[in-house]
Design a protein around this ligand. Structure first.
Ligand code: MRU
Length: 353
C-alpha cells in the first residue's frame, strides 16, 4: 500500500499526487520551505493530509534551527509556521496542525531547544498516527449509513491520499465494505484538478473496490435514474452551523441529491470543524491558477486569453447535509448544538493563525 506522507530519517516523504495515476513517484523534502512548496503545489493535498504535512514541516523546520536560545528558537518557529500557514487558505486542518505544534512549545516553557525539537518531532509523528486511527473510526461510525448492495457517489478525493491513510469519505465506504456490505462507488472526475479521475479511481482500483468514473455533469442524471443511493464527501472546513466547504462542485451534488431524495453525508475529523466560523460565508475560498481550467495535462483546451474563474472550493449549506460523520459519532441537524457537543470532552478546537 502506498504512503501519502511520512516522516523518515531522510526527510518528509510524499507521494507526488500531481503525477498520479501515470507515475507513482515519492519525493523527499528536507526543509520547511520545500514542504510549504509541496503543499502549495498540491504534491500533497486533501485537508487532513495537509494538516499532517504542515506539522511535519514545522518539525523539520525546528530541527534546522541553529540557535540554542529558547526565545530566539520560538521566534524562528513563528516564521516557519507563518510560511506554512500561507500555503492554502480553505482547509482548516492546515492551521489546526500548525497550532497543535505551537501548543507543544507553549506548554513546555522551561525546555531547552534540543528538548523542544524532540517534542515537536514526536508531536508531528503522533498527529500522523492519530489521523489514520481517526479515519478508521470515521469509517466504522459511518459504515451503518450505507446499505448493503447499494451505490455511493463521491466527489474529489477524500481517501487515503487525502489523509495519513484510509480516508474520510472513502473511509466510510471502506468501513461499510469491511462490515461485509457490497458497495459500488461512483467517482465524479472533479474538474479542474481531476482528483476523482486521477486519485479516487486510482486508490479504489488499487484496493479492489468497485469504482465507476463519471464526469461531473453526469451525476444529476445518474441520480434521476435511481443509480445513486447515497453521496459521501469529505470536507475542508465545517462551520459551527454545519455549512461545509469542500471541493468545488460539492454544492451542486448536494442540491441534486436533495432534489432526488438521496442522503448526502459529510465525513470529516474534528480537526476539520471550525467552531469559530459561525457560518459558511465566512470561510475563505482559495482561487487557483487559471491554467488549471484552460489546460489539461499541460495541453491548452480553451482559447488563448479567455477570462477564467477557478474557485477551488464551494460551501454546501447545512440544510443539504443529511449527517456529518466524525470519529466521535454521527451528527445530524441542528448542527450548532451537535457539533459543539463533539468538543465537550475535547481540548478546544483550532485557534487559527
Ligand atoms: O484541493 P484539494 O485536492 O486539497 O481538495 C480536497 C478536498 O476538497 C477534499 O474533499 C477534502 O479535503 C476532504 S479530504 C479527506
Amino acid at each position: 500500500m502506498f504512503k501519502t506522507v511520512e516522516w523518515t530519517k531522510a526527510g518528509v516523504v510524499m507521494i507526488d499526487q500531481r503525477v498520479l495515476p501515470d507515475k507513482e513517484v515519492y519525493r523527499t523534502y528536507k526543509d520547511y520551505k520545500a514542504v510549504a512548496g509541496a503543499i502549495k503545489d498540491m504534491v500533497v493535498r486533501g485537508a487532513p493530509a495537509i494538516g499532517v504535512a504542515a506539522a511535519f514541516g514545522v518539525a523539520i523546520g525546528a530541527l534546522k534551527i541553529k540557535t540554542k536560545d529558547a526565545k530566539a528558537f520560538r521566534k524562528e518557529l513563528g516564521i516557519i509556521s507563518s510560511l506554512l500557514a500561507s500555503t492554502r487558505p480553505t482547509a482548516v486542518n492546515l492551521f489546526w496542525g500548525i497550532e497543535r505544534m505551537r501548543r507543544v512549545v507553549d506548554s513546555n516553557p522551561g525546555s531547552t531547544v534540543a528538548q523542544l525539537q524532540k517534542l515537536l518531532v514526536d508531536e508531528a509523528i503522533l498527529i500522523h498516527q492519530e489521523d489514520i486511527a481517526i479515519c478508521r473510526k470515521i469509517g466504522s461510525n459511518g459504515a451503518g449509513l450505507l446499505k448493503d448492495n447499494s451505490t455511493a457517489l463521491t466527489h474529489c478525493n477524500a481517501g487515503a491520499l487525502a489523509t495519513a491513510g484510509y480516508g474520510t469519505a472513502l473511509g466510510v465506504i471502506r468501513g461499510a465494505i469491511e462490515a461485509g456490505k457490497k458497495i459500488q462507488v461512483f467517482a465524479d472526475e472533479t474538474r479542474p484538478f481531476l482528483q476523482g479521475a486521477r486519485l479516487t479511481a486510482w486508490e479504489l482500483n488499487k484496493d479492489g473496490i468497485d469504482v465507476t468514473l463519471i464526469t461531473d455533469n453526469m451525476a444529476g442524471w445518474m441520480m434521476k435514474k435511481g443509480l445513486i443511493h447515497s453521496v459521501v464527501v469529505g470536507a475542508d472546513r465545517i462551520a459551527a452551523n454545519g455549512d461545509t466547504a469542500n471541493k468545488i462542485g460539492t454544492y451542486s451534488v448536494a442540491v441534486l441529491a436533495r432534489e432526488n431524495n438521496i442522503p448526502f453525508y459529510v465525513a470529516a475529523p474534528l480537526s476539520t470543524i471550525d467552531l469559530k466560523m459561525k457560518h459558511g460565508d465566512l470561510i475563505p475560498i482559495e482561487e487557483r491558477a487559471s491554467s488549471e481550467v484552460t489546460h489539461i495535462k499541460g495541453k491548452r483546451i480553451a482559447p488563448e486569453g479567455i477570462k477564467v474563474r477557478n474557485p477551488a472550493f464551494d460551501v454546501t449549506p447545512a440544510k443539504f447535509v443529511t449527517a456529518i460523520i466524525t470519529e466521535k459519532g454521527v451528527v445530524r441537524a441542528p448542527y450548532l448544538k451537535g457539533l459543539k457537543g463533539l468538543f465537550a470532552a475535547q481540548p478546544s478546537s483550532c485557534s487559527c493563525l
